[in-house]
Design a protein around this ligand. Sequence first.
Ligand SMILES: *Cc1c(COP(=O)(O)O)cnc(C)c1O
Length: 341
Amino acid sequence: MEINLISDTVTKPTPGMLAAMMKAPVGDDVFKNDPSVNALEERVADFFGMESALYFPSGTMTNQTAIKLHTQPGDQLICDKYAHVYNYEGGGVSFNSSVSCKLVDGHRGMMTASQVEASINPPDFYHSPLTSLVCIENTTNKGGGACWEFTELEKIKEVCATNGLKYHLDGARLWNALVKKEEDAKKYGALFDSISVCLSKGLGCPVGSVLVGNKTLIDSALRIRKVLGGGMRQSGFLAAAGIYALDNHIGRLKEDHQKADEIGQVLAQQPYTKKVEPVETNIIIFELDESQISEKDFLDRLAKKQISIIGMGQGKLRMVTHLDYTDEMHAVLLKTLQEIS
Ligand SMILES: *Cc1c(COP(=O)(O)O)cnc(C)c1O
């Protein structure tokens, strides 16, 4: 039995999802004639109470499109030093939009409103890049699946409004935050200029992300998606997986969170564990006490039980729970973690 905890993107479509995909009505989405894609876009827009949505092949492309639309070349965006848009999108902010990032030294990938405010360049000081956008991430990936306090997000919105800045939410795992905090998605829709959500992570789809915003923004996003090569044809087969996931896979994220919490607790009890970051959703980030076991030996011990996890550099290791991580696998993992001691 292979136990893959490298990411929540390793899932394969469930039989129910595959059946929904097989019977999807499709058309050519580049002509906006795919009924399944259109239905998914309407569904996600409604979910957030926003005007419009556009289906994309990846979350990198939704984020990059939003950044392109909210900025002009030479501008600067503000984000946390852990941000996906800065660390993991191949330098896309400079490649696609010719903008730079002002990095904020936040806590677990989250900044405060006063940190954001202090990072804004004075708009009349023409020597500095013009600040035009704030990007935040919920849940934070490199921050270990941490969820924001909504009140802080509101305070940042005020800073954006006062200073004429756009406000983008990288919500690749926003579903996890909504479930964990029992929040209404429409609160997020009312706060942000754009939201990117991934269907290919916790929700278990093979492909797909959606960008949500007002009609003007999403109309313009269509052109950027085209430029980036993200126009797809009979993508309704994939969009149908998204609709199925929205119907069936949101509530169950609780189970992923529960299992992650248990893994965190077991790890915290082991003598070889130096530190476990607080587990809030489905990501566990921890460090080993190298005087007890080296990273290589630890990973080898797991590999012997066909368990894969991932290193994040700087001595940090990561596990992510997901739809294909079963109760049976969970039992084997917990037992293995205890036996390594
Ligand atoms: C995974 C992820 C994305 C998008 O990644 P793709 O692999 O391009 O879909 C964006 N932001 C965060 C925080 C992510 O974890």
